[in-house]
Design a protein around this ligand. Structure first.
Ligand SMILES: *Cc1c(COP(=O)(O)O)cnc(C)c1O
Length: 378
C-alpha cells in the first residue's frame, strides 16, 4: 500500500462476517455460492476468492476468462453464468467448469466435445421464468433433456433461474410468478427421470427475504461485499424483522499529490466550470475517471481527508481531480485520502456515491479500475 498512489483495501473480517451472516440465514443444508464476476464486484477476484474459498461451496463467474483466473486460487467448483463462445467450450470441459446453458446449439456442442474427449461435462440449464434474458421456455425443455438422454457423459448438474424484479420493489408478486414457473420446470425435468441436480434461484435480495427461493443453493453477490441490494430490500427486511448485519468490505484510497492556495475568483480544472469564491487551499488527488472515479462526481463528489469531508471542485480529469482542503490543518503531501468507504468518524458510502451518479451501488464498485491494487487487510 505504501508504494501505491491509489489502492483498494479489503476488510477480511467484514468479508467473513458477511459470509457468516448468510450461512446463518440459509442454514447448513443449503449450498452457498458466491458471485465473483466483474472482478468480484470490483473488490478483486483473486483477493476475495482466496479469502472465502474455505467457507463457500461454489463460485459463480460471468466468463471463461474469469473462470481460468479464479482457478488459480479456488478449489471449489466454478459455474460460468454468462455466454461462452463455441470456440472456448473445449476449455470449459477440460477445466471441469460448470456452464449455464440456455441454447440448444451450445448444449449439442458440449455433448460432442464430451464424447470426443470422453470427459464428463457439467451443465446447468437456465429456465426462462420472466426475466427475458437467457433462459429456456418450458415448451423447449424436452428437446434439451433429449440431448442429455443421448449422452451419459453430459451431466445435468443444475437447474436455475434469475429474478427480474426482486430488489427494485417491495412487491413480491412478480417473483412469486417466476418461482411458480421455475417449480413447474423442475417438476417436468424430474418427471423425465432426472435427479440430483442443484436447484438454484436466489440472488442476495432473495436470500435475505424469501427462504422459499433457496432450494439447494443460493447465489450470493452484492451481499457478500456488505452492500444491500437496494433500499427496498432493506425496508422489507426490517418489516419482516429479518436480522442481517452487512458490513461493507471495500475502502478505496488515494494520496494527496499536490497542495496549493488559489486566489479568490480562480477557476479550477477543465472547462473552468467552477471558481473558488475566497482564497482556497486545494489538494490535487492522483485519481480520475480512468481509475473509475466517475466524471459525474465533478463538483459534487466528497472525499475524506484527516477525518473531514472535502468537496471535489471542478471537473474530474482522466487521472486527476481537485479537492477543497481549506479546512484541513497541517495537510502534508501523500496524506491518505478516502475516496469511498469508512474512516473513523466519516463515511462516504457506496450508496451516497451511487445517488450522486444516478445509478446503483453495484455499478459504483464494479467500475473501480481492475488495475488498481487490492490489498486484504486483517
Ligand atoms: C450476479 C448474479 C447474481 C448475484 O446477484 P446479487 O444481486 O448481486 O446477489 C445471482 N445470479 C445471477 C445469475 C447473477 O448474474
Amino acid at each position: 500500500m505504501k508504494n501505491c498512489k491509489t489502492w483498494v483495501e479489503i476488510n477480511k473480517e467484514n468479508l467473513l462476517n458477511n459470509v457468516a451472516q448468510f450461512r446463518n440465514r440459509i442454514g447448513a443444508e443449503v449450498k452457498l455460492s458466491v458471485a465473483v464476476k466483474a472482478n468480484a464486484y470490483g473488490h478483486g477476484l483473486k483477493e476475495i476468492s482466496a479469502v472465502i474459498n474455505p467457507v463457500v461451496d461454489f463460485f459463480c463467474v460471468d466468463s471463461i476468462d474469469e473462470a481460468l483466473e479464479l482457478k488459480a486460487v479456488a478449489t471449489k467448483p466454478i459455474l460460468i453464468l454468462g455466454y461462452t463462445l463455441f470456440s472456448r467450450l473445449e476449455e470449459v470441459v477440460e477445466k471441469e467448469f460448470h456452464q449455464v446453458v440456455a441454447n440448444i446449439e451450445t448444449l449439442e456442442k458440449l455433448s460432442e466435445i464430451s464424447k470426443n474427449k470422453n470427459r464428463e461435462v457439467f451443465v446447468h440449464l437456465k429456465i426462462e421464468t420472466g426475466t427475458s434474458r437467457q433462459g429456456i421456455w418450458l415448451n423447449d425443455l424436452e428437446e434439451f433433456l433429449n440431448v442429455f438422454k443421448a449422452n451419459d457423459l453430459l451431466r445435468l448438474a443444475g437447474v436455475s433461474t434469475h429474478f427480474a424484479n426482486i430488489e427494485d420493489t417491495t412487491d413480491d408478486y412478480y417473483s412469486k410468478l417466476q418461482l411458480e414457473v421455475y417449480k413447474k420446470a423442475v417438476m417436468f425435468i424430474e418427471s423425465r427421470g432426472f435427479r440430483d441436480f442443484i436447484k438454484h434461484t436466489a440472488c442476495s435480495a432473495a436470500a435475505v427475504l424469501f427462504p422459499e427461493t433457496y432450494f439447494d443453493m443460493i447465489r450470493l453477490g452484492i451481499g457478500l461485499y456488505g452492500l444491500w441490494s437496494s433500499t427496498e430490500t432493506q425496508v422489507v427486511a426490517a418489516e419482516k424483522n429479518i436480522k442481517i448485519q452487512l458490513r461493507p468490505v471495500l475502502t478505496w484510497k488515494t494520496r494527496v499529490a499536490h497542495i496549493k492556495t488559489l486566489p479568490a475568483g480562480t477557476p479550477v480544472s477543465y472547462g473552468c466550470t467552477e471558481k473558488v469564491s475566497v482564497p482556497t487551499k486545494v489538494a490535487v488527488l492522483p485519481v480520475g475517471y480512468y481509475d473509475g472515479y466517475d466524471r459525474g462526481l465533478s463538483s459534487v463528489g466528497n472525499v475524506i481527508i484527516k477525518e473531514k469531508r472535502c468537496k471535489i471542485i471542478g471537473r474530474i480529469c482522466m487521472n486527476m481531480c481537485v479537492a477543497d482542503v481549506n479546512h484541513i490543518e497541517d495537510l502534508k503531501l501523500e496524506e491518505e485520502v478516502i475516496l469511498l468507504g469508512r474512516g473513523v468518524s466519516e463515511n462516504v458510502s457506496t450508496e451516497e456515491m451511487a445517488k450522486k451518479l444516478n445509478t446503483i451501488n453495484y455499478e459504483v464498485v464494479t467500475r473501480i479500475n481492475p488495475r488498481i491494487k487490492r490489498f486484504v487487510v486483517d
